[in-house]
Ligand binder design. Sequence first.
Ligand code: C5P
Length: 245
Amino acid sequence: DSNIGTNTSANETRYIPPWTQPYIIGVAGLSGSGKTSVASKIIEELNTPWTVLISLDNFYNPLTPEERETAFSNEFDFDSPSAVDLDLCYECVKSLKEGNKTKIPVYSFSKHDRTDKEITIYGANVIIIEGIYALYHQKLVDLMNLKIYVDTDLDICLARRLSRDILYRGRDLEGALKQWSTFVKPNADLFVKSTMQQADLVIPRGADNYIAIDMMIKHIQKQLLRKSREHLKYLEKLNNSLNKV
Ligand code: C5P
């Protein structure tokens, strides 16, 4: 059984119980589309232990002092795919999938920088990866069991983004509007919208779309049930082989 043992080095074999294989969900969509609300809804409705939310916001690349200066005048492009360390996110998720713990960086939006804190995740049953580029990096997408794209009108995204930037991210109206028209919208058109093609499920309007949310939750629950049945089958097999000894 390929799940059971993985060689991590020449003389260490890591035991990976089959129930640690996490169910991985990606949630993408434009900035302000309601990705976080959809992710929270999944967590709330599943109500399953060891559900972990990983936001791509944590993976913004550290900036040089010069770049940080441009960021404070809303002239740094945080919306290009190269602004996010998607490789690092891939490594973190892969590590969890292989039964290892991982460390997630913690980012400050008011300082435009990584903080000196890290979050350690020891394991997960369900992992939700949320961010504008959640469905962009092919290696990361290939780790996912379910890919979701939240499709919300641009004017609603802008309204949500402005209030959030001003209330919670320490920005002013003029700067937030400048960043939107210079970087957020052009990059959304160039790179984010096309990732909808990678999705298994497109949710118009986001978390308020309770029919879509309900159907999505039922699907995830079915898949988790299948996973736990496979686990039971594995235990039965193990039990039978032990009885034969
Ligand atoms: O939460 P949401 O998906 O909207 O976060 C992504 C947005 O965060 C990007 O559109 C980017 O413009 C913005 N961002 C920012 N300042 C940073 C890093 C990202 O405004 N330092």
